[in-house]
Design a protein around this ligand. Structure first.
Ligand code: MG
Ligand code: MG
Length: 275
């Protein structure tokens, strides 16, 4: 599915970017809280309830609930589900992966980011899919800078993931972010260098590679939401909110709360911190 965007890039002021950082961090903290809860036996509906309460406790509003009539706070997409999975009473199992995408509104601005979690021990080839997808996110973010173009980000992500033999989903894309969830420009995870809209100071976007272990092709379920890989192989999704500050990419969201919860050491975000 593609969304209707305002056909106009709306750069944010420094003050607005700081407010957007707060919105992004509500989501980052929510994902960090969920990191400890994702384990075999837990239902995705339980995770959804925890997330809704946690977001409201932070003085924010769940960003997905009711948006385009989506019924829940989280999009929870296990295994072969790519995105937009609806939380349900199916328990997660040892060896699953689960992509959790979360949105929150604070100060009228949206935060929107996502992480794919391992449920217990997972197969090495599935871990590799997660690692490559997350790395492709940073490879894409590195290209999000003044005077580069939309196609530079897409090309970088596509090129890296296809070298690993993975499928890059075409039908779903990243997007500009602000007081609406999906703003101009669309940010595909594929593309050609030097093509598409030019990046400018103050832009804020969600970059979100959705990468399949097998075919790039997907299908939509009858529920009108859930997207699954056509070959039923696993899919991973990592998303950050990023602003252009002083010409360079500056992360507004962070996976650090997740890493703190799981005891993971990482300095992957360091190069994207201007402040
Ligand atoms: Mg998202
Ligand atoms: Mg998004």
């Amino acid at each position: 599915m593609r969304f209707n965007f305002f056909n106009m890039i709306k750069p944010k002021t420094r003050e607005e970017i700081e407010l957007m950082r707060e919105s992004a961090l509500v989501v980052s903290k929510t994902l960090g809280m969920l990191a400890k809860e994702v384990k075999p036996g837990v239902t995705t509906l339980f995770l959804d309830k925890l997330a809704e309460e946690f977001i409201r406790e932070q003085g924010a509003i769940p960003g997905f609930l009711g948006l385009y009539d989506f019924p829940n706070t989280l999009c929870v997409s296990p295994n072969s589900q790519v995105v937009h999975g609806i939380p349900n009473n199916e328990p997660l199992k040892e060896g699953d992966i689960v992509s959790i995408d979360c949105g929150a509104i604070k100060h009228d601005f949206y935060g929107d980011h996502a992480y794919t979690f391992a449920v217990g021990e997972i197969a090495p080839e599935v871990q590799k899919l997660l690692d490559v997808t997350k790395e492709s996110l940073y490879i894409g973010i590195r290209e999000f800078k003044v005077n580069n173009r939309v196609g530079d980000v897409g090309f970088a992500i596509q090129n890296f993931c296809e070298k690993h033999g993975y499928g890059v989903v075409r039908e779903l894309v990243g997007h500009g972010l602000g007081k609406t969830m999906h703003e101009d420009p669309e940010m595909p995870n594929y593309g050609r260098r030097g093509r598409g809209k030019k990046f400018i100071e103050g832009m804020v976007v969600a970059i979100e590679p959705m990468i399949n272990m097998g075919t790039k092709d997907i299908r939509q379920h009858k529920d009108g939401w859930t997207i699954t890989t056509l070959d039923n192989k696993p899919s991973a999704h990592f998303e950050h909110d990023v602003a252009i500050v002083n010409g360079k990419p500056e992360l507004l969201s962070t996976f650090q709360y997740i890493y703190d919860a799981l005891g993971i050491k990482s300095d992957e975000e360091k190069e994207f911190r201007n402040v």
